[in-house]
Ligand binder design. Structure first.
Ligand SMILES: [Zn+2]
Length: 391
C-alpha cells in the first residue's frame, strides 16, 4: 500500500457510492485509484491507506464517451485550433464526458487538414478535460441527397486516392469514417479503411435496404445517427433505418435530445438493437452551452432557437446542443432503465471504437475515468485518469 508522501496520497479510495458494475448498481464496494488507473474494485473498507473520498450515496459511473461531437462553447473541431479543442474538452468534462472523437464535417480539403493537424497536436498535449481519442471523419464521402447540414459543394467521391489526399500524414489518428455505401467507389474505400483498422460507419445515405446490406457485408459495422440523414423505414422499402435495425451485430448511434428523434423511435431502436448495440452521442455543435443565436457549422450559417439548431438556408437540423448528461436524463425520462442508458454512454461506445480494454467500465486496470451523479442525475464531480476535474 502506498504511503502518504510529498504532501499527497498517491492512492485515492472512492467510497460510499452506488457503483455501476456490469450493468448493476453495487453499494458495498470501494474504487481504488492509483496513477490514473483503477487499481482495484474491492469490498468496502479493504483498503484503508489513501485519500478517502466519500461520494455520499451518489451514483458512480464510468466516464461518458462521445464518438460523435463537433463542438460546444462557441468552438468547433473545424476551427482547426488546439485552443478550441481545449475549450471543448473542459466544457464536455463538466457534463460527464471524459473522452471523445473530435468530429469533422464535410468541408474543403484545406479546412479538414487544418482540423486534423490541430487534433494531431492536441493529442501530444496534456489537456485538462475530456481526453481526445482521435478523429471521426463525418463526410465528405456522403450522399448529396442526405447531406443534412453538410455542404453539398464539398462532397467527394469515395476512393482511396481521395481519402489519402484528404488526410495525408494524419491517417493514424482517424478512428472512424462516416460514409454512404451507394456511391461508386464506396466498396473500395470501405475495404481500404477496414484493412487499416478504421471503423466504417454508414450515414448520410439514401441507399436502399439491399445497398445497405452490401455495405455491411463489405465491413461497415456501425450506423451514424440512426434515423437522421438517411433513407427512412417504409414497409415495402425498409431503407437504411430498416437495414440497421435488421442487421445483427451492427451498432447504431442515437441523438437523444428529443428533437432529432421522437421518443417512440428512440425506444424502438433500443428495444430492437438492445442496449449493448446503441451508443448515445451528442452530435453537438458550437452553440452547445452558449444559448440561442447565430452560429457557423462546417462553413454554413446556423440559427439556434430554443436550443434547436437549424440551417439558415432550408431549415435542416444542424447538429444538436445536447450534452451527454442531458442525454442520460432524457432517456430515463422516456422510460429507458438508468442502467441501460449508462451502458449506452460508456461501455458501448468504448467497445465500438475498440478501446473497451482501456475505458468505458469500472474495472481493475482500466483508466480511472469516473462520473459521480446525484439522485437527479446531474453531474456532481468527474475524474479523468484519476484526477478530479474542477468545476
Ligand atoms: Zn455530425
Amino acid at each position: 500500500m502506498k504511503k502518504f508522501s510529498g504532501g499527497m496520497w498517491s492512492v485515492k479510495i472512492l467510497t460510499g457510492g452506488k457503483v455501476y458494475l456490469e450493468g448493476k448498481w453495487q453499494c458495498n464496494v470501494d474504487i481504488v485509484v492509483e496513477e490514473g488507473k483503477i487499481l482495484d474494485v474491492a469490498p468496502r473498507g479493504k483498503y484503508a491507506e489513501g485519500e478517502v473520498i466519500d461520494v455520499k450515496g451518489n451514483y458512480v459511473c464510468p466516464g461518458f464517451i462521445d464518438i460523435h461531437v463537433h463542438g460546444c462553447k462557441g468552438r468547433d473541431v473545424m476551427d482547426g485550433s488546439v485552443e478550441s479543442l481545449e475549450v471543448m474538452s473542459e466544457f464536455m468534462a463538466q457534463h460527464g464526458t471524459t473522452a471523445f472523437l473530435a468530429t469533422t464535417t464535410t468541408h474543403g480539403r484545406e479546412e479538414i487538414r487544418k482540423s486534423l493537424e490541430a487534433v494531431g497536436d492536441a493529442l501530444h498535449k496534456d489537456i485538462k478535460g475530456a481526453q481526445i481519442l482521435g478523429i471521426h471523419l463525418e463526410g465528405p464521402f456522403i450522399s448529396p441527397n442526405a447531406k443534412g447540414a453538410h455542404d453539398e459543394k464539398r462532397i467527394l467521391a469515395p476512393s482511396r486516392e481521395n481519402f489519402r489526399g484528404l488526410v495525408g500524414d494524419y491517417e493514424g489518428i482517424i478512428k472512424m469514417v462516416t460514409m454512404a455505401p451507394e456511391a461508386e467507389g464506396a466498396r473500395e474505400l470501405v475495404n481500404y479503411l477496414t484493412d487499416k483498422g478504421i471503423l466504417v460507419s454508414m450515414g448520410h445515405t439514401m441507399a436502399n435496404y439491399e445497398q445497405c446490406m452490401a455495405g455491411f457485408e463489405w465491413g461497415m459495422t456501425h450506423v451514424t445517427h440512426l434515423y437522421n440523414a438517411m433513407s427512412p423505414f417504409k414497409h415495402r422499402e425498409p431503407g437504411a433505418v430498416g437495414a440497421a435495425l435488421d442487421r445483427d451485430g451492427v451498432t447504431v448511434e442515437l441523438i437523444a435530445d428529443l428533437v432529432h428523434v421522437h421518443p417512440a423511435a428512440l425506444r424502438i431502436a433500443v428495444a430492437i438493437k438492445g442496449s449493448d448495440k446503441v451508443a448515445l452521442i451528442t452530435d453537438a455543435m458550437s452553440a452547445t452551452g452558449m444559448g440561442d443565436g447565430d452560429y457557423i457549422l462546417g462553413g454554413l450559417e446556423v440559427v439556434v432557437k430554443e436550443g434547436v439548431a437549424r440551417l439558415k438556408d432550408g431549415g435542416n437540423l444542424a447538429g444538436s446542443t445536447l450534452t451527454q448528461d442531458q442525454a442520460l436524463r432524457n432517456l430515463v425520462l422516456i422510460g429507458i432503465p438508468l442502467e441501460d442508458a449508462v451502458k449506452m454512454l460508456t461501455e458501448v461506445p468504448a467497445d465500438i471504437i475498440g478501446i473497451g480494454d482501456k475505458k468505458g467500465r469500472i474495472k481493475k486496470g482500466l483508466d480511472a475515468d469516473l462520473v459521480i451523479l446525484d439522485e437527479k442525475l446531474h453531474v456532481n464531480c468527474v475524474f479523468i485518469k484519476g484526477i478530479q476535474i474542477q468545476s
